[in-house]
Design a binder for this molecule. Sequence first.
Ligand code: I3P
Length: 126
Amino acid sequence: LTDVGKVTEPMVEKEGYLQKAKIADGGKKLRKNWSTSWIVLSSRKIEFYKESKQQALSNMKTGHKPESVDLCGAHIEWAKEKSSRKNVFQITTVSGNEFLLQSDIDFIILDWFHAIKNAIDRLPKD
Ligand code: I3P
């Protein structure tokens, strides 16, 4: 654990930019809208920032919060049929949120897939 100000945050395992589209919220389908997101993976959650890392860091000082995804009990799978784009996988949370993540670069998306899958597999299912 590292100290970030007063808050103790789990260690960041991986971070970087991917294309993201949230396609369901609490089981309710959303209109697909791809955008670039700064993504931070730690042991039990993923945070999605709408902005660049720089912008995200300065927004955090003003209490702006990223979208946070609980990985406990989540599922990850390749989702070829969900998009015309290449290299798309889906994360589904217990709460019924669904996210598509995508990169045109094969090794980048493979690294992310395995990092998130490993994180999920290490966590208790509930
Ligand atoms: C969507 C947009 C998405 C596309 C989606 C379209 O149109 O073009 O990029 O997803 O396809 O519906 P709109 O902007 O009008 O909502 P992909 O890029 O992943 O193919 P879909 O409806 O087949 O998911």
